[in-house]
Ligand binder design. Sequence first.
Ligand code: ZN
Length: 58
Amino acid sequence: MKANPITNLLGPMDGAEIPGGCESCEAVQRFRMESALLFVLEVVHDDDCPSLKRGTGR
Ligand SMILES: [Zn+2]
């Protein structure tokens, strides 16, 4: 079975967090491995983020 080059490249990134992603709070951007072919970069906001309260944070 051939290894998936994308998984090999990004697999170690699963769960990694990068500061930033929101101008209104101390959000972090978190890599999440949805599947072997799909990585999701989700923004994790502070609980009291004004952007979240407006419903436009995501
Ligand atoms: Zn935010």
